[in-house]
Design a protein around this ligand. Structure first.
Ligand SMILES: [Zn+2]
Length: 140
């Protein structure tokens, strides 16, 4: 049994994902070896791949957290924070968990934090308004 029977040695070189283009000239370099060069401009394919991997992603849960946080604030006088406040806070934690791996855009982090803050503020406002409303009724 020679070493050429080892499947590790017969494995093809790693191939770039499909739809993957050179960062310099935009030539489709998917299917070419990772260590190669762009056939069009000669730019390192590995460099393009790294740029692709570090491209900033956006987190949909962060966006949702912010939107629900806003809705919770808007519906503050109509029991909105009772339901929407906790959802905004939960979405913040889900987004934070998802973004913990890194590579997410700064705006997603900002949106998640805004969702958390608005969720908490809306709940505090709701409680404050409820207490205020209670005393108003007591004094009538
Ligand atoms: Zn190129």
């Amino acid at each position: 049994m020679g070493r050429y029977n080892n499947p590790v040695n017969t494995e093809p070189p790693p191939i770039n994902p499909t739809g993957f283009c050179c960062i310099k000239c935009g030539y489709d370099v998917s299917g070419s070896p990772v260590g190669g060069l762009c056939p069009e401009c000669g730019k390192s394919v590995g460099e393009s791949l790294r740029a692709l991997q570090f491209a900033e992603k956006s987190c949909s849960k962060a966006t949702a957290s912010m939107i629900i946080g806003i809705l919770s604030l808007v519906t503050c006088a109509a029991y909105g924070p009772l339901v929407l406040g906790p959802i905004a806070i939960v979405l913040y934690y889900l987004a934070k968990k998802e973004m913990a791996v890194g590579g997410y855009s700064k705006s997603s982090h900002t949106m998640a934090r805004a969702g958390l803050i608005m969720g908490i503020v809306s709940i505090i406002l709701f409680i404050a308004m409820s207490i205020f409303g209670y005393f108003m009724m007591m004094n009538m």
